[in-house]
Ligand binder design. Structure first.
Ligand SMILES: [Zn+2]
Ligand SMILES: [Zn+2]
Ligand SMILES: [Zn+2]
Length: 161
């Protein structure tokens, strides 16, 4: 694998997810500190819920989960928290599913390519800088200004094929 490609090559169905979660929390704390922002309890809770698996979470499911475990934060507060996490590069929004997923590589700015399993819902993130650069170059050729170059690919994961 060339080192300009970052790929989450894990077996999402059988691995120590506590490890993923611990790494993600450590990175999130680092990113917030670096931005001079606080990783508030609500930000942490939302982040942990998004990292509870490698499957994306819809905002209304998040609200439902927060209503059970927390004192029902107002939806705009939760949406602001999601915006913050997205802005900080800690989570990605998958438009095709209208759902959010934690980023495995938040230290580096990227938009990423997402392989979404249609069967089990697991999402693997791939960040290929060459692909991103190619999109930029081709867009420039036709005078197109790119705002978002997140790519969402659907298919079947190793387990579900
Ligand atoms: Zn995991
Ligand atoms: Zn990412
Ligand atoms: Zn699958």
């Amino acid at each position: 694998m060339p080192d300009n490609i970052v790929i989450q090559d894990f077996e999402p169905h059988e691995h120590d997810h506590g490890h993923c979660m611990a790494d993600a929390l450590r990175e999130a704390e680092r990113v917030c500190a670096h931005r001079g922002e606080r990783f508030t309890p609500l930000r942490r809770t939302v982040f942990e819920l998004l990292w509870s698996s490698h499957k994306p979470v819809k905002a209304y499911d998040l609200l439902a989960q927060l209503a059970v475990t927390h004192d029902r934060p107002a939806p705009p507060t939760v949406y602001r928290t999601l915006d913050f996490l997205q802005e900080a590069g800690l989570v990605h929004k998958l438009e095709s599913l209208n759902a959010y997923i934690g980023c495995g590589e938040p230290g580096r700015r990227h938009q990423g390519q997402f392989m979404i399993c249609e069967d089990c819902g697991v999402v693997a993130e791939l960040d290929d800088e060459v692909l991103t650069a190619m999109i930029d170059t081709n867009a420039r050729k036709i005078g197109f200004k790119v705002n978002d170059e997140t790519i969402e690919i659907s298919g079947l994961c190793r387990q579900c094929q």
